[in-house]
Design a protein around this ligand. Structure first.
Ligand SMILES: O=C(O)CCC(=O)C(=O)O
Length: 274
């Protein structure tokens, strides 16, 4: 499994700061892409590495056109773990955020089935801000690294991001990943400004978006599923902020989490420290 090292440039940082996202060059080689595609198959057929359990049941949706996703694939799959905890991802994210250390918040393994010839929105991901789900964290300065396991564009339901929307702050009610009505959500959130840009990626490239950047995705019109592995990353000193919304990660701090408790135990591995 090999990562292809890349030095983030000042121009890359400026793009990330201006647009709220940045697309990397190819970061993982073809062998790693193939292993991650196999990891998908193994996860969806409940063939797990290690002796433990997944964080949530890996249950296939009743409708085969529906999006499948699993959180913390790294608990149950070695290839996913290798990639989402990779120091290179941490180093690049540290550069983009101007942080000295980066930890894993959680990962996602996402499978968008083919909807070729179907009239369906079941594979859609609603416009949302990731941080809307993560308000128990004391910083919005978090990053999602979305790694494409095939060439990805709007034909196969690739992500779209709203340029500059990371500067809008935390927008109330933007925890709308599971709302498949993209037009309705746009009407709700746009307030006139809405510059929608497709994330066009070759297999092995990644898009790095800020925790406040609005993004979503539409149908997969291609004949093949759209596969990705996603790492959600945070600054190394991120801590729990009480009273701001529930997230399963808070349980991983123990039975009596306290306000200000750092997310720094083994559930939140350190990827990189300067
Ligand atoms: O896979 C998608 O289309 C959206 C994924 C997403 O919202 C995310 O990774 O933050």
């Amino acid at each position: 499994m090999a990562f292809i090292p890349y030095e983030v440039t000042d121009t890359d940082k400026q793009t990330f700061e201006r647009d709220g996202y940045w697309i990397s060059p190819k970061l993982i080689d073809d062998d790693t892409i193939e292993k991650l595609r196999q990891a998908h198959e193994r996860i969806w057929s409940s063939d797990f590495d290690g002796d433990g359990y997944p964080m949530h049941d890996v249950r296939l949706p009743d409708n085969k056109l529906a999006l499948r996703k699993h959180d913390n694939g790294w608990w149950i799959n070695d290839e996913v773990r290798h990639v989402v905890t990779h120091p290179e991802l941490g180093r690049m994210t540290a550069e983009l955020l101007g942080e000295s250390a980066i930890r894993l918040w959680h990962d996602q393994v996402i499978y968008k089935p083919s909807a070729a010839g179907e009239e369906t929105q079941l594979g859609n991901v609603g416009w949302h801000q990731d941080y809307a789900f993560w308000r128990c964290s004391n910083t919005t300065s978090m990053v999602t690294v979305w790694i494409a396991l095939q060439d990805t564009d709007l034909h196969n339901g690739g992500m779209r991001t709203i340029l500059g929307s990371h500067k809008w702050g935390v927008v109330e009610g933007s925890d709308t990943f599971f709302n498949q009505d993209l037009d309705g959500l746009q009407a709700k959130f746009s307030k006139g400004e809405w510059q929608d840009e497709p994330c066009i990626l070759k297999a092995g490239q990644a898009s790095f978006h800020h925790g406040l950047t609005f993004h979503g995705s539409g149908p997969n019109f291609s004949e093949q599923p759209r596969l990705s592995v996603v790492a959600h990353l945070m600054p190394g000193n991120t801590s729990y902020m009480k009273g701001k919304g529930r997230h399963d990660n808070v349980r991983l701090l123990g039975p009596r989490p306290y306000d200000g408790q750092p997310f720094n135990n083994e559930y939140f591995p350190l990827l990189y420290s300067k």
